[in-house]
Design a protein. Structure first.
Length: 252
């Protein structure tokens, strides 16, 4: 894994603020989303606290590299352990909520449900009539997520699918949030098999391999606008403007 400290230092050296953005589209997006103080419903963080205190033991298959485990294999953890170490952080959860709220997509896809915290942030931002499909490979995690979304009254606009990503894809969505296998091969595969004008990749600096996957995506000609926020990599496909990559300062 790439040193987190070194990776972040390199990001900080490249990152720029609002004044360096010359694209009207990106400037408006950054102003209203990245630098907004608007916050999601507090019930999501209350639900997280409940999960952190949950001592139920889950035994499941971890299918890939990422925040839930470095390698595929049988895993045994309590719900509380997962909630404290692998669930969506409040700051990036709030950012994800603002992204979804800003674009108001009718159809959202998430790869990597985990316990359902990020799905809750997405669902909370969805306009009336919109729907989220969230995919999780581990049945015990999918079950917890389904229960969480039901508790928060988001179950009517969410669908939790327990399936391996490679078996679920290809898919189409208005916006996709990809928090699954943080490897270059998986990132390339997900990018190429998801038909969506907006894609948000989590942990693009997770490792050197993940950074290689992100560089591939940024290089694609149809990825007209790409934004690196360190924690998230955001892709806008086929925008009617010159291709441009932005490394923007966001501290969360």
């Amino acid at each position: 894994m790439l040193s987190a400290g070194l990776s972040y230092i390199l990001y900080v050296l490249k990152a720029r603020g609002l004044g360096a953005i010359h694209s009207p589209f990106v400037f408006e997006f950054a102003k209203k989303v990245f630098f907004s103080r608007e916050r999601p419903p507090i019930v999501i963080e209350a639900a997280r606290k409940s999960l952190e205190n949950d001592r139920r033991l889950l035994v499941y298959e971890d299918y890939g590299a990422g925040s839930g485990g470095k390698n595929p294999g049988r895993t045994s953890k309590t719900v509380g352990q997962i909630a404290k170490t692998a669930a969506r952080r409040p700051s990036t959860g709030a950012l994800l909520w603002r992204i979804v709220k800003h674009f108001a997509p009718a159809n959202v896809l998430e790869l990597g449900t985990n316990l359902g915290i990020s799905a809750a942030y997405i669902a909370a931002a969805l306009p009336e009539g919109s729907r989220l499909t969230t995919v999780e490979g581990a049945q015990p995690l999918a079950d917890i997520a389904r229960g969480l979304l039901q508790t928060l009254n988001y179950d009517k606009k969410t669908r939790v699918v327990c399936q391996k990503f490679e078996d679920f894809l290809p898919a189409r969505a208005d916006l996709a949030f990809i928090d699954g296998h943080h490897t270059a091969a998986a990132m390339r595969d997900h990018y190429n098999r998801i038909d969506a004008p907006i894609l948000v990749f989590d942990d693009v600096h997770w490792s050197k391999d993940a950074e290689n996957g992100w560089k591939y995506i940024v290089s694609r000609p149809e990825a007209t606008v790409t934004v690196d926020l360190f924690h998230f990599g955001i892709v806008f496909k086929n925008r009617e403007q010159a291709k441009e990559h932005f490394v923007l300062r966001w501290r969360g």
